[in-house]
Design a protein around this ligand. Sequence first.
Ligand code: BG6
Length: 488
Amino acid sequence: MEPTTFVLFGATGDLAKRKIYPALFNLFIDKKLPQSFSIIGLGRREWTDASFRTNVEQSIRDFSRRKGTDAVLVNEFLQAFRYSVLDIDRKEDYQKLLLLVEQREQELRVAPNRLFYLSVGPEYFEKIAAHIQESGLGSAQGWKRLVIEKPFGHDLQSARDLNEKLSKSFAEEEIYRIDHYLGKPMVQRLEALQQTNPVIQAIWNNRYIANVQITANETVGVEERAGYYDHVGAIRDMFQNHLLQMLMMTAIQVPSKSAADKVRFKKKQVMEALEPLQKQDVASSIIRGQYAAGSIQGKPVVDYLAEPGIAPASMNDTFVAAKLQIDNSFWRGVPFYIRTGKRMKEKSTRIVIEFSEPLKQSSSTVNEQAAPNLLVIEMSPNEKIMLQINTKDTENKGEFKPIQIDLNPGDHDFPEAYESLIQDALHGDATFFAHWDEVELSWAWVQPVLEAFEENLVPLHKYASGTYGPAEADALLAQDGFHWWFDS
Ligand code: BG6
C-alpha cells in the first residue's frame, strides 16, 4: 500500500473516538496500514501531540476489539500521531497544517499522498474542501482523497448544491462518501454471494423470488440528538442512504469482475429502474410512524414528544415502511419492502429473500404446509447468512418441516465497517462508497416522500415503543399476501 498521510478533521470528536481510532488500530495490528503512515489530527481544542495520543490510547482501550494488545504495540501505533489546532475558518491554520504535513512527509521520506477525512458536520464540508485546495494542501504531486460522512444534503436540491461546491476542489474519483452500511461485512458478502455462486445467480430474479424484505430496526430512541434528528427523521437518517444502499446491493446483477466503476454502474441502473412515486400516491406505498411511550426489554421509555429537545407538536417520523418496485426484467413484479424504526422491540438488521412458494412453482404433490425457502442476510443481532429449506418431518408422516442452515458457521471475527472502509479508501478502492449518481438518484426518489410528509399527505401513526411499529406496516405486506419474517 502506498505511503499516506491521514489528515483527520474533527479529531477530538465522538466519531473519531468511537470508530476511527479503533479501526485504524485494528488495521495496524493486522498489518493493513501502509508501512509509512502518519496521522495528523485537527481540532479546535488546544491539545498537544502528547494529550492527543493519550486520548487516542483511551479510545482504543474503550472501543477497539483488540483492547488487550501489548503496550509496546500500542505505543508503536501512537508514534504515528501528531496534532495541530485548527479553526476551520482561519487560513493561517491551513498554512500551518501544510507545513506540518510536508515536514512529516520529509521525515518519513514519502510521496505526498494525502487522505483528508472530514469527521465534522456537513455544514463544514464545503469550506474545508475549498481551504484544502486554496492552501496548496491538495495540489501536491501524489494523490489526494476526500472522505466524508453522511448526511449529503437535506433534500435533492441541497445535495446537488453541496456536490457542486465540493466538485470545485475534488474530482468525483477523489471523493469517498462513507455509508457505513456498505462497510458491514454481510452487506459486502452480498456481492461475493452472487458473483461466485452460479446457483444463487440463477435464481436471483422474479421467476423464483416472491419478495424482498429489508429491515433496520433499532431499540434506541432519539438519544441526545434531538437537534439533528427532529429535522431529519427516519426517512433522511436511514432510508435515503443505508436502506436504499442495501436495496441496491441486493438488486444489482453483480458483474463478473467487480471493479468499482462496474458495481457502481449496476447500482445506478437499479436506482434508475426504481418506479418513482408521485406525491399524491405516497400514502399508498409508505407508512409513517412515530414512537409513543412503551417499554423496551422491560424498561419503560417515554413518548417521542416527551424526549428532551423535541418540538412539542413534532410530526417527525421515527419509523418508515415502504413498498418499492424495480421495473426491469429481473425484478418486475417483486415487491421490495423496506422498514426502519427507532424504539422497536429489538435491534435487527437483515435482508430476507423470500422465494416463491413451492406450491406455486410445481402443481401437485407438495404439501400445502411447506414453508417458502428463505435466504437471510443478517447484520444484527448476529452476522450470518442463513438458508431455510424444507425437509421431511420424520415425526409427522406426510408433513414437511423447514430447517435453517447457517452458511458461515465458525466465521465470526469480522472486521468492523470502519476498518474495511478506511482500508479501501487507503487503497483507492471506491467499490463500497456511495457514488454521487447513487446519492442523487436516492434523493430524487425520496423527494416526493419528503414533500408528502411535509404537507401531511401521509398519516402519522403512533406506535408503542417496544413493538414492531404501526399495524399499518403489517397491512402493507398483508395486502399482497405476505408478512414480515422473524417478528415474534
Ligand atoms: C446512523 C444513524 O447513520 O446509523 C443513526 O444516523 C443510527 O440514527 C445508526 O442509529 C445505525 O447504525 P447501526 O450500524 O447501529 O445499524
